[in-house]
Structure formats: C-alpha cells, structure tokens
Design a protein around this ligand. Structure first.
Ligand code: TYD
Length: 197
C-alpha cells in the first residue's frame, strides 16, 4: 500500500505522515517512511541543489524533481511495495503537478507526462492533501525559508488553490482534508480512510 501526503508548505503534512507511520508500525506492519525530494543519496543531493542551490528555469526545476523521483521509485519505493511493505511518502508526484505544473505554470498535463514516464506510471493508492489557504500558510511560516518557500505571493496562492483543483481532479485517489483542524482530528480522519481502504 502506497500512501502520500501533500499540501502547501506549513500545512502540517509531515506531522500527519509521521503519525500514520507510527500507528501502522504499532499495528505490526512493515512501513518505509520516506520523503521527496529525498529518500535516496541522489534524491538528497537533488534536494540540496533545488532548495538551497542556484536559481534555475521552471523546466530545469521540474526535471530535477523528476530525476530525484525516478531514483526514489526504482531504488526504494518499488522494491518496498514488491515485498508487501507499506510506503508512506511525504510529498510525491502531486507536489510537481501543483508547484511546477500550476505554481510555475508549466501545465499539469505536461508535468504529469514527464513524471508518468520516469515513474513508469506509479501513483499512490491513497493521497492525503492538507488544504490550507495562502494567508493561513503565511501566518504559520517560519524564519528560515528555502528557495521555493521564498517564491512570490502569486506563486504561493496558485499552489494553495492548486491543491484544491487537484483533489477535484483525482477524486478516487486524493482525499482532501482541512488543515486548519487540530492535529488529533486530522490523525483520526487519516486513520478512518486508511481503515476503509
Ligand atoms: P518539504 O519537504 O515540504 O520542505 P521542508 O523540508 O521545508 O518541510 O518540500 C520541499 C519543497 O519542495 C516544498 O516547498 C515543495 C517543493 N517541491 C516541489 O516544488 N516539487 C516537487 O515535486 C516536490 C517533491 C517538492
């Protein structure tokens, strides 16, 4: 079972991913907990480059995220799923659809095409999207911002709105949650969906 967590920066998705991992392990399941960009040595190197490195064009950025993802799927995610483990991933392809496809305005279909190729079409079974509007996200933001978090306000607004669009586009796979709820309420909603899936 492959589960991903998505949402704008500061939506609380990493907390929910960690809580789900803890719960599943408590139930005795093998769980691979991972994140994007990252999850492999190449992925962590790309993470450093794309979040803390030089400026780059939108397609260069999309291609770097796709590079990290290709390696992640081949080296970690696919082997884990093949042996029957659960994979819980903090961000996956939907981050590229929203940040690069909608935020950088490359187009969702074009970015999906690139990612479908490099992942051999692997999509999560279940994706939780924590929806938070741009104002609420800004109010939660910290002092140390990476290259993408430093993007201008219209970009952040497109990302926040883009996640809503995405949930509507993939209704079977994507579950939209209200990130303004408490962490405990969100955790219970996540468990409820996982139990039913
Ligand atoms: P995240 O792990 O949420 O950062 P942090 O360590 O600060 O919690 O994600 C890193 C950033 O990368 C985030 O701003 C979203 C961005 N991103 C993309 O733009 N496209 C992608 O495909 C991925 C995976 C992340």
């Amino acid at each position: 079972m492959f589960v991903s967590f998505e949402g704008p920066d500061w939506s609380g998705k990493s907390t929910q991913a960690a809580r789900l991992v803890e719960w599943l392990r408590g139930e005795g399941r093998e769980v691979v907990a991972t994140r994007e960009p990252g999850g492999t040595p190449l992925g962590e190197a790309v993470r450093d480059l794309v979040l803390h490195g030089v400026e780059m064009s939108p397609w260069a950025e999309a291609a770097l995220f796709a590079t990290a993802r290709a390696e992640h799927v081949a080296a970690l995610i696919q082997p884990a799923l093949a042996r029957g483990a659960w994979v819980v991933c903090d961000r996956y392809v939907d981050s590229s659809l929203v940040y690069q496809g909608i935020g950088r305005e490359l187009g969702v279909d074009a970015v999906l095409g690139l990612n479908a190729t490099v992942t051999e079409g692997l999509l999560p079974d279940l994706t939780f999207v924590l929806l938070l509007d741009a104002e609420a996200a800004a109010a939660r933001s910290g002092a140390e911002l990476d290259r993408i978090e430093r993007a201008d306000e219209p970009f952040r607004r497109r990302v926040a709105d883009g996640y809503g669009t995405l949930a509507a586009r993939f209704p079977g796979r994507v579950v939209a949650l209200d990130a303004s709820r408490t962490p405990d309420e969100l955790e219970e909603q996540v468990r409820e969906h996982v139990r039913r899936s």
